[in-house]
Design a protein around this ligand. Structure first.
Ligand code: ATP
Ligand code: ATP
Ligand code: MG
Ligand code: MG
Ligand code: MG
Ligand code: MG
Ligand code: MG
Length: 267
């Protein structure tokens, strides 16, 4: 490494090393997607093409960033959970978050044309923010994902009812908002059913539950069991991983069943 009289400036840099032995979750969220979705005429309340694009972006992150065992997303956001024992980038926060965000954004842009005829315009490009949070045990990690899935459900029930009132009921957006002000979930289900013959339960599982991504086969020896893999093992695992398929699920991740099958190996 070349030394120079200037290199002292490196000492001005600060690192936040994320707490060891905790589950790191990185969440990305689209910046100004309310406007973005209007500009590209997303179908309301749920544009399937846009969900396909964001799911592909998440698959891209899953495949190219190591140590992720699960991802969950809906609307314009995705959360990625890392193995507890992951030592990726020495757990440096800025490095982890910026890598996930830029990888996600790159794949989002790359997948766009497979779903939309209209190309992305330079003045309306998709961009994302990101953050990392450490969760100390499986209970809080599960509660984190439950929080995101409940958020998806609440937003989707609201948006489904809102857009049904507008598109099928002929209400203005303002009238629809007023109509829904102060209503409970049961009221929204009732409006959909009695006024429009829509049973919310029959809506698409992807819309109601969001998308969860996991490996087709659990990865043994990926650091999930706690031991440090050698450089050679890491390389072999990366090669193996490139052949393993990903599963995109639209299931309940709040109850035990999902975690029994796909949760991290706690051995
Ligand atoms: P911020 O920059 O603070 O995140 P935002 O405008 O992105 O602001 P969000 O709360 O993240 O606000 O909401 C994202 C918005 O993007 C949703 O409210 C919805 O209008 C729109 N959106 C995202 N994905 C879709 C989709 N697949 N179909 C239809 N609309 C979508
Ligand atoms: P930021 O500008 O930092 O992104 P935000 O308000 O958009 O702030 P997010 O963490 O992106 O916060 O919010 C994600 C989702 O969590 C929101 O869509 C909202 O439903 C919910 N939420 C936001 N703030 C709170 C809060 N203080 N308590 C509970 N739920 C919240
Ligand atoms: Mg936000
Ligand atoms: Mg926000
Ligand atoms: Mg957003
Ligand atoms: Mg959002
Ligand atoms: Mg460099």
């Amino acid at each position: 490494m070349a030394n120079s009289q200037y290199q002292y400036v490196k000492n001005f840099e600060r690192e936040n090393f994320l707490l060891p032995e905790t589950y790191i979750v990185v969440r990305v969220d689209g910046r100004g997607f309310h406007r973005f979705s209007k500009f590209y005429n997303f179908e309301k309340p749920n544009d399937v093409r846009a969900l396909n694009v964001i799911n592909k972006a998440a698959e891209g992150v899953f495949r190219s960033v190591q140590d992720i065992f699960m991802a969950y997303g809906d609307s314009d956001e995705y959360s990625f959970a890392f193995d507890r024992s992951s030592n990726l980038f020495e757990r440096r926060e800025a490095k982890l978050v910026s890598t996930v965000v830029s990888t996600f954004t790159a794949h989002y842009i790359s997948a766009w044309a497979s779903q939309f005829d209209e190309p992305l315009k330079p003045e309306h490009l998709p961009t994302f923010d990101g953050r990392a949070v450490c969760y100390p045990n499986l209970k809080v990690l599960r509660d984190y994902f439950a929080w995101r899935q409940v958020d998806c459900h609440i937003n989707n029930l609201y948006n489904t009812t809102f857009w049904t009132l507008v598109l099928k009921g002929g209400l203005s957006t303002q009238e629809a908002e007023q109509r829904l002000c102060g209503t409970l979930s049961s009221d929204k289900n009732e409006i959909l059913f009695s006024e429009f013959g829509i049973n919310y339960n029959n809506e698409s599982e992807m819309f109601k539950k969001g998308t969860t991504i996991v490996w087709e086969e659990p990865l043994v020896g990926t650091g999930q069991s706690g031991e440090e893999p050698s450089a050679r093992q890491v390389q072999r695992m990366a090669k193996k991983r490139s052949k393993i398929a990903l599963q995109l699920l639209h299931v309940d991740i709040i109850r035990d069943q999902f975690w029994g099958r796909f949760g991290p190996n706690l051995a």
